[in-house]
Design a protein around this ligand. Sequence first.
Ligand SMILES: [Zn+2]
Length: 186
Amino acid sequence: MSDEEELNFCAKCGGPLEKKVPDGENRVRDVCTNCGHIHYRNPHNIVGTVPTYQGKVLLCQRAIEPRKFYWNLPAGHQEMQESTLEGALRETIEEAGAQLTDVRPLMLLDVPFASGTHVYFTGEVVNPDCKPGPETLRQNFFSEDEIPWEKIAFNSVKRALRLYFADRKQGIEQFHYEIKEKPGKE
Ligand SMILES: [Zn+2]
């Protein structure tokens, strides 16, 4: 999920790009030296869910890189013309085959140093006999004690799980907004 892929050529005309501050702007952009097209790059949203069933959480074991064989929550890139909720539910069906009910927002995790925002919802799985999609090797429901914490695919997923279980322990439902600082930053 890197956003550091550099563009070399114009998406419109194939001309070479240069880095410059366009007139009237204050940031360096990739600008086509041929047609002048400005290539804007903006943060991307990752949308997902914490699917639950009778207090346990559904995790999917990844069948694909990155972090193949690690455990993950159903999540992926929000598509164009899609709400974060729609995207999260779509990913949950695609990756876990699971329909959710009683869905509510759980966490918005801003990761500005990686230009990403992670939005997680939580909801109860309608039918626990759900079948995983092609990006998932297998899946299972885990209680907090059973979660393979050392084998969780991404820190954002770990955070969503921690918040879910902490709230559940206290018997509260709340929405968390957090900003993740770059590791090592004061
Ligand atoms: Zn161009």
